[in-house]
Design a protein around this ligand. Structure first.
Ligand code: NAP
Length: 248
């Protein structure tokens, strides 16, 4: 199937409660707005409160369901802060129908021989540890959904390790592995897990990775939304443990 050609029903995500990490910018912002416009109540996670407030206002002005805001710095989040996040979601919503683990950092583009350890730790904390800890902590809420979808952001350098991509490539290779393990352990049959590779996309992260590239030559985050909607909605209910490309 060509995910880029998927045509979602307007009410695909009606009554669903979906957490989006890194919702303040780039692909996460586009996904939050698109999910809300398809009926979801979105929980906007990010580390920069004012960016989340702007998206919140945008979603409200579009007449979509009222979102929630959940700021958390993932590079340093403590167990207590994760517990607080779970409690807040439990009290406010009582269940969760989906998580888009989208927040990510690029880190350094240098050989491993020179890779700064603090940058390594930050990339691993945001790109790998946070999706693991959040998924595990939120399983009780995902279990309460009829059909829950957990989506991990991957990358071309997660399919095959690539020189000069350092911790970023290692974190994405590992997220692909984690996706398969969660899916094959199949602890709760109502929860599916899949990886989604946006491919080269016009965002701040891509511009940092490829400063010479003309951003206007790249697809926008909005243009990728068919695949993001497909994996979050019930048309993908049969899929688990897979890794797909948004631009295919
Ligand atoms: P982006 O524009 O840089 O956005 C990343 C988001 O993650 C931002 O909202 C950022 O928050 C948030 N974030 C970063 N560090 C965080 C932290 N420590 N705590 C909480 N939130 C944090 O990146 P993007 O291009 O949209 O990328 C989204 C996902 O797609 C990433 O997982 C990336 O690896 C993956 N991806 C992107 C491309 C591409 O071409 N763009 C290609 C392959 C894969 P702030 O806005 O507050 O900084």
């Amino acid at each position: 199937m060509k995910y880029s050609e998927y045509q979602p029903r307007p009410d695909l995500l009606k009554d669903k409660i979906i957490l989006i990490t890194g919702a303040g910018d780039g692909i996460g912002r586009a996904a939050a707005i698109s999910y809300a416009l398809h009926g979801a109540t979105v929980v906007l996670h990010g580390r920069t409160l004012n960016k989340l407030e702007v998206i919140y206002d945008e979603i409200e002005s579009l007449g979509a369901p009222q979102p929630a805001i959940l700021p958390l710095q993932l590079s340093t989040a403590s167990s207590r802060e994760y517990e607080h996040l779970v409690t807040m979601l439990e009290e406010q919503f009582g269940r969760l129908d989906g998580i888009l683990h989208n927040a990510g950092v690029l880190g350094a583009r240098v050989p491993l021989s020179d890779y700064p350890i603090e940058t390594w730790d930050e990339v691993m904390a945001v790109n790998l540890r946070a999706p693991f800890v959040l998924t595990q902590a939120l399983l009780p809420l995902l279990q309460k959904s009829e059909n829950a979808s957990v989506v991990f952001a991957t990358s071309g350098v997660g399919r095959e390790a690539r020189a000069l991509w350092g911790a970023y490539s290692v974190s994405k290779v590992a997220i692909e592995a984690m996706n398969k393990i969660f899916a094959s352990e199949n602890s709760f049959p109502n929860i599916r897990y899949n990886c989604l590779n946006p491919g080269a996309t016009r965002t701040a992260m891509r511009a940092k990775a490829y400063p010479q590239e003309d951003p206007l030559s790249l697809p926008t985050p909005e243009s990728l939304m068919p695949a993001y909607l497909y994996l979050m909605g019930e048309d993908s209910v049969h899929m688990t443990g897979e890794s797909i490309d948004a631009q295919n």
